[in-house]
Design a protein around this ligand. Structure first.
Ligand code: ACO
Length: 382
């Protein structure tokens, strides 16, 4: 391969197979597009598998039995506390800093306090333990920073609540309703993993240099933040707000497309005929809107969806329904992407471990399009 292959250029790496993975499959039946986590269809997982079961599946290879789940649950609960030094730092970081940036900082700080910080990067068992700790700690970090930036007292983790209910309780100080808890947990399951998306690729590239797991997750968080990737759920909410009423949708979309703007929450590099996660989550949006007795945003979302799908042939992706879902839960807009990261940590970690278990340095090539070979002239002659 050395010295060849530079002619095969795929902008945005579209269609390039850069890895083999046993974690997720997004090919679907006959390549029609679908989503499976370790061989289980997302539709089936969404029916009744919790975030904890999903995270276990990704990290350990199969769904847990009762004993495995209880032990996993205990390990997560035991790891929920975050170091005082991080809480102190959260108080120093200016309130205007985006929660995605403070989460990136948090994971970096958590690395310094991890009991296995000096473990070899290729120690599989240590990486699994680090991943489990990060799953628990990232939720606490997001919730604590949220309370601190609002000047509110911290709500400590509750052992009687599962991962999702505990997170919502730490953010709001209230135990969520059954519908809210179920919808949030479902969104976490849907966000947990998605093959070689940009942030996962980023994590794997970092791991491939034999860097450590926390460094790979920091890289992934930075990559997820952008509005073409995870940041789209925050931008999708802004679309809904700007449209403001169902009758404005047609004109708004027409004008935005005429200005060649991207409609956030629509389109996908791989799913050209629809993102299965969006269809699943849309049902939860309707249920939650009904529970809170306000279907205004559902009525606004519907014509936008219709317009973009018919005018641009772009179906919604998972970020489109998740924006309204999190709004119904009373969560701040800039928490939407950190929540995505809090869920995706399990997928990222599984990929980092898979990469380190079968590592080869990722080092692609670039096609050179700069000036031809030339000579350096002495400074006085330039
Ligand atoms: N709105 C308007 N036009 C769009 C959109 C959109 N949401 N998505 C793609 N297009 C158009 C582009 O403008 C481009 O048009 P052109 O050929 O006339 O210039 C064409 O479709 C192809 O665009 P690419 O960016 O090359 O296509 P790609 O397949 O790489 O796009 C992407 C994937 C980046 C997700 C894109 O659909 C997009 O920007 N969507 C909005 C952001 C978004 O929702 N991101 C979340 C993705 S899912 C996730 O991360 C969980």
């Amino acid at each position: 391969m050395s010295g060849t292959g530079v002619d095969e250029y795929h902008p945005g790496l579209e269609g390039v197979i850069a890895n083999e993975t046993a974690i997720a499959n997004i090919e679907g039946k006959d390549g029609a597009g679908g989503l499976e986590y370790r061989g289980y269809r997302i539709e089936e997982l969404a029916e009744g598998v919790s975030y904890e079961e999903t995270a276990f599946l990704l990290l350990h290879g199969d769904l847990p039995n009762r004993v495995q789940l209880a032990e996993f649950d205990q390990r997560l609960k035991a790891a929920r506390a975050i170091p005082d030094a991080l809480v102190k730092l959260f108080k120093e970081i200016p309130a205007h800093v985006h929660p995605m940036d403070s989460l990136r900082t948090a994971v970096s700080v958590l690395a310094h306090f991890d009991p296995e910080v000096d473990a070899s990067p290729t120690d599989h068992a240590a990486n699994v333990r680090k991943s489990e700790r990060l799953i628990a700690q990232m939720a606490t970090a997001v919730a604590y920073r949220e309370r601190i930036r609002k000047g509110l007292p911290l709500v400590v983790p509750r052992d009687d609540l599962d991962h999702s209910a505990n997170f919502l309780s730490m953010v709001s100080g209230k135990v969520p309703s059954e519908t809210m808890w179920g919808a949030f947990d479902l969104s976490m399951v849907l966000y947990t993993e998605h093959e070689l998306n940009a942030s996962t690729f980023s994590a794997r590239v970092t791991a491939s240099t034999l860097s450590d797991l926390h460094s790979a997750i920091v890289a992934a968080i930075g990559t997820l933040k952008g509005s073409l990737h995870g940041g789209a759920n925050e931008e999708a909410w802004k679309v809904l707000e700007q449209v403001g009423a169902p009758e404005n949708a047609e004109r708004w979309i027409h004008d935005a497309l005429a200005r060649k703007e991207r409609i956030m929450g629509f389109g996908h590099r791989v799913y050209k005929h629809g993102d299965p996660r969006a269809a699943i989550l849309k049902r939860s949006c309707a249920a939650l809107a009904k529970e809170i007795g306000d279907d205004r945003w559902e009525r606004i979302a519907e014509p936008i969806e219709r317009e973009v799908t018919t005018k641009k042939m772009l179906p919604p992706n998972v970020d489109w329904p998740s924006a309204r879902l999190y709004h119904y839960m009373g969560l701040e807009i800039d928490l939407y992407t950190p929540i995505f990261a809090m869920a995706r940590i399990a997928g990222w970690a599984a990929h980092v471990i898979e990469q380190l278990d079968h590592n080869r340095l990722m080092r692609p090539r670039a096609r050179y399009i700069g000036p031809p070979l030339r000579q350096v002239r002495p400074l006085a002659e330039r």
